[in-house]
Design a protein around this ligand. Sequence first.
Ligand code: FAD
Length: 273
Amino acid sequence: MPRYSAFDRFTIKAAVKAAELVMAPANRREVFEQFVLTVTAVTDLSEHMRRITFHAPELASFSVTGPDEYFGLLMATGRELVMPADDRINVRTSLRAMPEDVRPDLRWYTIRAHRPSVAEIDVDFVVHGDAGPGTRWARRAIAGDQAGFRAGGSAYRPPSEGPVLLVADETALPALAAILEVETRPAQVFAEVPDESYRVDLDVEWVYRFSGKPGSAVLKVLRDKALSTVEYGWACGESGLATGVRRHLVKERGVDRKAVMFSGYWKAGSARM
Ligand SMILES: Cc1cc2nc3c(=O)[nH]c(=O)nc-3n(C[C@H](O)[C@H](O)[C@H](O)COP(=O)(O)OP(=O)(O)OC[C@H]3O[C@@H](n4cnc5c(N)ncnc54)[C@H](O)[C@@H]3O)c2cc1C
Protein backbone atom coordinates (compact mmCIF):
# COMPACT_ATOMS: atom_id res chain seq x y z
CA MET A 1 0.00 0.00 0.00
CA PRO A 2 1.51 3.42 -0.93
CA ARG A 3 2.49 5.85 1.86
CA TYR A 4 1.52 9.39 0.91
CA SER A 5 3.44 12.34 2.39
CA ALA A 6 1.84 14.64 4.98
CA PHE A 7 2.09 17.48 2.42
CA ASP A 8 0.16 15.43 -0.18
CA ARG A 9 -2.53 14.55 2.34
CA PHE A 10 -2.84 18.19 3.48
CA THR A 11 -3.08 19.46 -0.11
CA ILE A 12 -5.82 17.02 -1.07
CA LYS A 13 -7.77 17.75 2.12
CA ALA A 14 -7.63 21.50 1.39
CA ALA A 15 -8.79 20.92 -2.20
CA VAL A 16 -11.71 18.75 -1.01
CA LYS A 17 -12.76 21.38 1.58
CA ALA A 18 -12.61 24.16 -1.05
CA ALA A 19 -14.72 22.11 -3.49
CA GLU A 20 -17.31 21.36 -0.81
CA LEU A 21 -17.91 25.10 -0.29
CA VAL A 22 -19.33 25.40 -3.80
CA MET A 23 -20.73 21.99 -4.68
CA ALA A 24 -22.14 18.77 -3.30
CA PRO A 25 -19.61 16.48 -1.60
CA ALA A 26 -18.15 13.56 -3.56
CA ASN A 27 -17.09 10.10 -2.34
CA ARG A 28 -13.36 10.17 -1.69
CA ARG A 29 -10.87 7.36 -1.40
CA GLU A 30 -7.89 7.11 0.90
CA VAL A 31 -5.76 4.91 -1.34
CA PHE A 32 -5.43 5.30 -5.10
CA GLU A 33 -4.70 1.78 -6.31
CA GLN A 34 -2.66 1.47 -9.46
CA PHE A 35 -2.12 -1.61 -11.62
CA VAL A 36 -2.00 -2.96 -15.17
CA LEU A 37 -5.16 -3.97 -17.04
CA THR A 38 -5.42 -6.41 -19.95
CA VAL A 39 -8.15 -6.11 -22.58
CA THR A 40 -10.26 -9.28 -22.79
CA ALA A 41 -13.10 -8.18 -25.10
CA VAL A 42 -14.10 -5.31 -27.38
CA THR A 43 -17.77 -4.85 -28.31
CA ASP A 44 -19.33 -2.05 -30.34
CA LEU A 45 -22.54 -0.96 -28.58
CA SER A 46 -23.31 1.57 -31.35
CA GLU A 47 -21.39 3.43 -34.03
CA HIS A 48 -20.24 5.90 -31.34
CA MET A 49 -19.82 3.76 -28.21
CA ARG A 50 -17.34 0.92 -27.75
CA ARG A 51 -17.36 -1.31 -24.67
CA ILE A 52 -13.94 -2.59 -23.61
CA THR A 53 -13.71 -5.30 -20.98
CA PHE A 54 -10.54 -5.39 -18.89
CA HIS A 55 -9.12 -7.97 -16.53
CA ALA A 56 -6.59 -7.52 -13.71
CA PRO A 57 -6.14 -9.78 -10.66
CA GLU A 58 -6.34 -6.63 -8.46
CA LEU A 59 -9.95 -6.02 -9.63
CA ALA A 60 -11.05 -8.99 -7.51
CA SER A 61 -10.42 -6.99 -4.31
CA PHE A 62 -10.96 -3.46 -5.69
CA SER A 63 -14.00 -1.63 -4.24
CA VAL A 64 -15.91 1.15 -5.88
CA THR A 65 -16.93 4.14 -3.74
CA GLY A 66 -20.15 4.87 -5.67
CA PRO A 67 -22.06 4.08 -8.85
CA ASP A 68 -20.27 6.66 -11.05
CA GLU A 69 -16.80 5.42 -10.10
CA TYR A 70 -14.15 6.79 -12.45
CA PHE A 71 -10.50 5.92 -12.98
CA GLY A 72 -7.47 7.16 -14.86
CA LEU A 73 -6.59 5.12 -17.95
CA LEU A 74 -2.84 5.23 -18.58
CA MET A 75 -1.91 4.54 -22.19
CA ALA A 76 1.61 3.80 -23.42
CA THR A 77 3.16 6.45 -25.64
CA GLY A 78 6.32 4.46 -26.42
CA ARG A 79 6.64 0.74 -27.22
CA GLU A 80 6.04 -0.39 -23.62
CA LEU A 81 3.65 0.78 -20.92
CA VAL A 82 5.70 2.36 -18.11
CA MET A 83 3.60 3.04 -15.01
CA PRO A 84 4.14 6.21 -12.95
CA ALA A 85 5.30 5.97 -9.33
CA ASP A 86 2.28 5.44 -7.07
CA ASP A 87 3.53 7.30 -3.98
CA ARG A 88 1.77 10.60 -4.80
CA ILE A 89 -1.96 11.26 -4.38
CA ASN A 90 -2.00 13.39 -7.53
CA VAL A 91 -1.15 11.11 -10.45
CA ARG A 92 -0.39 14.15 -12.63
CA THR A 93 2.52 14.99 -10.29
CA SER A 94 3.92 11.48 -10.78
CA LEU A 95 3.48 11.75 -14.55
CA ARG A 96 5.31 15.09 -14.70
CA ALA A 97 8.30 13.47 -12.98
CA MET A 98 8.66 10.87 -15.76
CA PRO A 99 10.86 11.30 -18.85
CA GLU A 100 8.69 12.48 -21.74
CA ASP A 101 9.54 9.57 -24.03
CA VAL A 102 8.01 6.98 -21.68
CA ARG A 103 5.34 9.11 -19.95
CA PRO A 104 1.93 7.48 -20.58
CA ASP A 105 -1.11 9.50 -21.67
CA LEU A 106 -3.85 9.80 -19.07
CA ARG A 107 -7.59 10.15 -19.61
CA TRP A 108 -10.50 9.54 -17.23
CA TYR A 109 -13.30 7.00 -17.75
CA THR A 110 -16.22 5.52 -15.80
CA ILE A 111 -16.39 1.93 -14.61
CA ARG A 112 -19.69 0.93 -16.22
CA ALA A 113 -19.67 -2.48 -14.53
CA HIS A 114 -17.37 -4.18 -12.02
CA ARG A 115 -17.39 -7.95 -11.63
CA PRO A 116 -15.05 -8.77 -8.72
CA SER A 117 -15.81 -12.52 -9.01
CA VAL A 118 -14.01 -12.61 -12.37
CA ALA A 119 -11.75 -9.58 -11.74
CA GLU A 120 -13.21 -7.61 -14.66
CA ILE A 121 -14.55 -4.18 -15.50
CA ASP A 122 -16.47 -2.86 -18.51
CA VAL A 123 -15.72 0.64 -19.76
CA ASP A 124 -17.86 2.34 -22.41
CA PHE A 125 -15.83 4.71 -24.59
CA VAL A 126 -17.33 7.38 -26.82
CA VAL A 127 -15.21 7.12 -29.94
CA HIS A 128 -14.81 10.53 -31.56
CA GLY A 129 -12.37 10.05 -34.39
CA ASP A 130 -8.63 10.20 -33.77
CA ALA A 131 -8.56 13.59 -32.05
CA GLY A 132 -7.06 12.45 -28.72
CA PRO A 133 -5.16 9.56 -27.12
CA GLY A 134 -8.27 8.15 -25.40
CA THR A 135 -10.39 7.80 -28.51
CA ARG A 136 -7.35 6.65 -30.57
CA TRP A 137 -6.56 3.95 -28.01
CA ALA A 138 -10.18 2.74 -27.80
CA ARG A 139 -10.53 2.59 -31.60
CA ARG A 140 -7.49 0.34 -31.96
CA ALA A 141 -7.85 -1.81 -28.81
CA ILE A 142 -7.83 -5.57 -29.24
CA ALA A 143 -7.82 -8.47 -26.77
CA GLY A 144 -4.42 -8.77 -25.10
CA ASP A 145 -3.64 -5.02 -25.15
CA GLN A 146 -2.51 -3.51 -21.86
CA ALA A 147 -3.18 -0.16 -20.18
CA GLY A 148 -2.69 1.25 -16.70
CA PHE A 149 -5.42 1.74 -14.09
CA ARG A 150 -5.27 4.53 -11.53
CA ALA A 151 -8.18 4.63 -9.05
CA GLY A 152 -10.19 7.87 -8.95
CA GLY A 153 -13.36 8.07 -6.85
CA SER A 154 -17.01 8.82 -7.46
CA ALA A 155 -19.22 11.86 -7.38
CA TYR A 156 -22.80 10.69 -6.85
CA ARG A 157 -23.73 11.19 -3.21
CA PRO A 158 -27.31 12.42 -2.78
CA PRO A 159 -28.92 12.89 0.63
CA SER A 160 -30.80 9.86 1.95
CA GLU A 161 -34.18 11.13 0.79
CA GLY A 162 -35.77 13.46 -1.76
CA PRO A 163 -36.10 13.73 -5.51
CA VAL A 164 -33.04 14.04 -7.72
CA LEU A 165 -32.38 15.62 -11.11
CA LEU A 166 -29.78 13.97 -13.34
CA VAL A 167 -28.35 15.42 -16.55
CA ALA A 168 -25.73 13.71 -18.72
CA ASP A 169 -24.25 13.98 -22.17
CA GLU A 170 -22.95 11.05 -24.23
CA THR A 171 -19.72 10.71 -22.22
CA ALA A 172 -21.68 10.56 -18.95
CA LEU A 173 -24.19 7.95 -20.17
CA PRO A 174 -22.13 5.10 -18.61
CA ALA A 175 -22.21 6.91 -15.24
CA LEU A 176 -25.90 7.75 -15.62
CA ALA A 177 -26.76 4.13 -16.50
CA ALA A 178 -24.87 2.85 -13.44
CA ILE A 179 -26.61 5.43 -11.19
CA LEU A 180 -30.05 4.49 -12.51
CA GLU A 181 -29.37 0.83 -11.67
CA VAL A 182 -29.16 1.69 -7.96
CA GLU A 183 -31.28 4.85 -7.61
CA THR A 184 -34.70 4.37 -5.98
CA ARG A 185 -35.62 8.03 -5.29
CA PRO A 186 -37.95 9.87 -7.68
CA ALA A 187 -35.67 11.03 -10.50
CA GLN A 188 -36.04 13.52 -13.36
CA VAL A 189 -33.48 12.38 -15.92
CA PHE A 190 -32.25 14.11 -19.08
CA ALA A 191 -29.60 13.06 -21.59
CA GLU A 192 -28.34 15.49 -24.21
CA VAL A 193 -26.58 13.78 -27.14
CA PRO A 194 -25.58 14.98 -30.63
CA ASP A 195 -28.44 13.11 -32.39
CA GLU A 196 -30.61 9.96 -32.26
CA SER A 197 -27.75 7.67 -33.24
CA TYR A 198 -26.15 8.24 -29.78
CA ARG A 199 -29.17 6.86 -27.88
CA VAL A 200 -28.68 3.84 -25.69
CA ASP A 201 -31.27 1.68 -23.95
CA LEU A 202 -32.09 4.00 -21.03
CA ASP A 203 -35.44 5.33 -19.85
CA VAL A 204 -34.58 9.05 -19.85
CA GLU A 205 -35.77 12.21 -21.62
CA TRP A 206 -33.56 12.42 -24.73
CA VAL A 207 -32.58 15.87 -25.99
CA TYR A 208 -30.74 16.34 -29.30
CA ARG A 209 -27.98 18.88 -29.68
CA PHE A 210 -27.55 18.59 -33.46
CA SER A 211 -25.07 21.36 -34.29
CA GLY A 212 -25.61 23.51 -31.17
CA LYS A 213 -23.15 24.10 -28.32
CA PRO A 214 -23.09 21.29 -25.70
CA GLY A 215 -25.65 22.09 -23.02
CA SER A 216 -27.68 24.61 -25.02
CA ALA A 217 -30.39 22.11 -26.01
CA VAL A 218 -30.88 20.58 -22.56
CA LEU A 219 -30.84 24.01 -20.89
CA LYS A 220 -33.68 25.12 -23.16
CA VAL A 221 -35.70 22.03 -22.20
CA LEU A 222 -34.98 22.55 -18.48
CA ARG A 223 -35.98 26.23 -18.69
CA ASP A 224 -39.27 25.37 -20.46
CA LYS A 225 -40.17 22.63 -17.97
CA ALA A 226 -42.15 22.83 -14.75
CA LEU A 227 -39.72 20.65 -12.77
CA SER A 228 -40.83 19.15 -9.49
CA THR A 229 -38.74 19.82 -6.37
CA VAL A 230 -35.03 19.05 -6.71
CA GLU A 231 -33.25 18.00 -3.50
CA TYR A 232 -30.07 17.02 -5.31
CA GLY A 233 -28.73 17.67 -8.79
CA TRP A 234 -26.03 15.81 -10.74
CA ALA A 235 -24.87 17.22 -14.08
CA CYS A 236 -21.93 15.67 -15.92
CA GLY A 237 -20.65 15.91 -19.44
CA GLU A 238 -19.11 18.62 -21.57
CA SER A 239 -17.91 21.49 -19.43
CA GLY A 240 -20.47 24.03 -20.76
CA LEU A 241 -23.33 21.58 -20.13
CA ALA A 242 -22.22 20.80 -16.57
CA THR A 243 -21.66 24.44 -15.54
CA GLY A 244 -24.77 25.64 -17.42
CA VAL A 245 -27.06 23.15 -15.67
CA ARG A 246 -25.47 23.89 -12.30
CA ARG A 247 -26.00 27.66 -12.84
CA HIS A 248 -29.62 27.05 -13.90
CA LEU A 249 -30.39 24.96 -10.82
CA VAL A 250 -28.72 27.31 -8.35
CA LYS A 251 -29.54 30.72 -9.84
CA GLU A 252 -32.87 30.10 -11.58
CA ARG A 253 -34.38 27.29 -9.48
CA GLY A 254 -32.99 28.20 -6.07
CA VAL A 255 -31.38 24.80 -5.39
CA ASP A 256 -28.67 24.95 -2.71
CA ARG A 257 -25.28 24.98 -4.45
CA LYS A 258 -24.02 22.41 -1.94
CA ALA A 259 -26.72 20.05 -3.26
CA VAL A 260 -25.51 20.13 -6.85
CA MET A 261 -22.69 17.92 -8.11
CA PHE A 262 -21.34 18.93 -11.50
CA SER A 263 -18.31 17.83 -13.46
CA GLY A 264 -16.91 18.86 -16.83
CA TYR A 265 -15.96 15.47 -18.30
CA TRP A 266 -14.51 17.07 -21.44
CA LYS A 267 -14.14 20.52 -22.95
CA ALA A 268 -15.02 21.27 -26.56
CA GLY A 269 -11.86 22.35 -28.36
CA SER A 270 -9.36 21.34 -25.61
CA ALA A 271 -7.68 18.12 -24.57
CA ARG A 272 -8.65 16.88 -21.08
CA MET A 273 -5.87 15.22 -19.09
C1 FAD B 1 -14.90 11.52 -14.19
C2 FAD B 1 -14.92 11.31 -15.70
C3 FAD B 1 -15.56 10.20 -16.23
C4 FAD B 1 -15.61 10.02 -17.62
N1 FAD B 1 -16.22 8.90 -18.12
C5 FAD B 1 -16.22 8.68 -19.47
C6 FAD B 1 -16.76 7.48 -20.03
O1 FAD B 1 -17.18 6.57 -19.31
N2 FAD B 1 -16.76 7.35 -21.38
C7 FAD B 1 -16.27 8.33 -22.22
O2 FAD B 1 -16.28 8.16 -23.44
N3 FAD B 1 -15.73 9.46 -21.70
C8 FAD B 1 -15.69 9.65 -20.36
N4 FAD B 1 -15.14 10.78 -19.85
C9 FAD B 1 -14.73 11.84 -20.79
C10 FAD B 1 -13.36 11.61 -21.41
O3 FAD B 1 -12.37 11.57 -20.39
C11 FAD B 1 -13.07 12.81 -22.36
O4 FAD B 1 -13.98 12.79 -23.44
C12 FAD B 1 -11.66 12.87 -22.83
O5 FAD B 1 -11.44 14.16 -23.35
C13 FAD B 1 -11.36 11.87 -23.93
O6 FAD B 1 -9.99 11.95 -24.23
P1 FAD B 1 -9.42 11.93 -25.70
O7 FAD B 1 -7.99 11.61 -25.57
O8 FAD B 1 -10.28 11.10 -26.57
O9 FAD B 1 -9.58 13.44 -26.20
P2 FAD B 1 -8.74 14.72 -25.67
O10 FAD B 1 -7.30 14.55 -26.00
O11 FAD B 1 -9.08 15.00 -24.26
O12 FAD B 1 -9.35 15.86 -26.59
C14 FAD B 1 -8.99 15.98 -27.99
C15 FAD B 1 -10.11 16.72 -28.71
O13 FAD B 1 -11.28 15.91 -28.71
C16 FAD B 1 -12.37 16.63 -28.13
N5 FAD B 1 -13.21 15.65 -27.38
C17 FAD B 1 -12.91 15.04 -26.20
N6 FAD B 1 -13.92 14.19 -25.87
C18 FAD B 1 -14.84 14.29 -26.86
C19 FAD B 1 -16.09 13.67 -27.09
N7 FAD B 1 -16.61 12.75 -26.26
N8 FAD B 1 -16.78 14.01 -28.22
C20 FAD B 1 -16.29 14.90 -29.11
N9 FAD B 1 -15.09 15.54 -28.94
C21 FAD B 1 -14.39 15.22 -27.83
C22 FAD B 1 -11.76 17.70 -27.24
O14 FAD B 1 -12.60 18.81 -27.13
C23 FAD B 1 -10.47 18.05 -28.02
O15 FAD B 1 -10.76 18.98 -29.03
C24 FAD B 1 -15.04 10.99 -18.48
C25 FAD B 1 -14.36 12.09 -17.92
C26 FAD B 1 -14.31 12.24 -16.56
C27 FAD B 1 -13.58 13.44 -15.99
